[in-house]
Design a protein around this ligand. Structure first.
Ligand SMILES: C[S@@+](CC[C@H](N)C(=O)[O-])C[C@H]1O[C@@H](n2cnc3c(N)ncnc32)[C@H](O)[C@@H]1O
Length: 231
């Protein structure tokens, strides 16, 4: 198990609404398993907790941005389910979970037997949440807070769960993912099929129904897929 203090050292003194970040997260979430991945427990927004329906103003008053880390996104659930069902995809390989949020996909990769896992997210609150979730699931992975887009990585598999939600982000992200795929890295993208991914020459690897909380999606049941660049 990694020492959680390693993360705290990199983000010293982070507090939310007057509380240490991890205390805030624990008090404002419930420990639940995403519907598609019942073997993993996460601190997630729950209807009975204020974070679930907090608006932008309330979040700003707490000093945080949108709590993406408090939801198990359908693309992330699909990707986690995929690697757990097919551990040979990751066995003995170095894995990066990019845009890790809660750390769901990194936890799945660690449970699936990857040789080494790094979870990357630029949101300092996500970093705290994924450290909590890492302990909760008794797995080991590194946490990276730098923006890795464009970085020449030493990973063999790049997992991207539900990060293609913003055009500006995708304009930077997609060329990097394509380059990584071209150099031989296995790039797997979990996504419900947003317009940003259309016309990129992606092929479907697997398809799932990933049930999410109603507040974050148009419908409770989303069809989420695992995609890769066609070779
Ligand atoms: C919609 S959430 C998905 C979280 C998780 N992968 C899942 O599927 O449940 C997208 C995440 O991407 C992160 N993100 C956005 N831009 C990023 C960047 N340049 N580097 C790392 N993470 C980023 C956000 O902070 C957020 O936590």
């Amino acid at each position: 198990m990694s020492d959680d203090n390693a993360v705290l050292e990199r983000t010293p003194g982070i507090s939310i609404d007057g509380l240490p970040a991890r205390t805030f997260i624990s008090r404002n979430t419930a420990v639940v398993a995403p519907r598609l991945v019942p073997e993993i427990q996460l601190h997630l927004a729950a209807e009975a907790r204020p974070l679930y329906s907090a608006g932008e103003d309330e979040l700003a008053a707490m000093g945080i941005g949108a709590p993406y880390w408090a939801f198990a996104w359908s693309g992330g659930q699909a990707l986690a389910r995929y690697v757990l069902d097919r551990p040979e995809t990751l066995a003995g390989r170095r894995v990066l979970d990019f845009g890790a949020g809660s750390g769901l996909v990194a936890i799945a990769a660690a449970l699936a037997g990857a040789a080494a896992v790094t979870a990357a997210d630029i949101d300092p609150v996500a970093v705290e949440a994924m450290a909590l979730n890492r302990s909760l699931n008794d797995v080991d992975f590194e946490i990276e807070t730098a923006d890795l887009i464009g970085a020449a990585g030493n990973w063999d598999v790049l997992l991207v769960g539900d990060v293609c939600y913003d055009k500006h982000l995708a304009d930077r992200l997609i060329p990097w993912l394509r380059n990584e795929s071209t150099r031989g890295c296995d790039v797997l993208i979990g996504d419900p099929g947003r317009f940003i991914l259309r016309g990129l020459g992606l092929e479907t690897v697997a398809a799932f129904h990933a049930e999410t909380t109603g507040i974050m999606e148009d419908s409770d049941l989303r069809n989420a897929r695992v995609w890769r660049f066609a070779r």
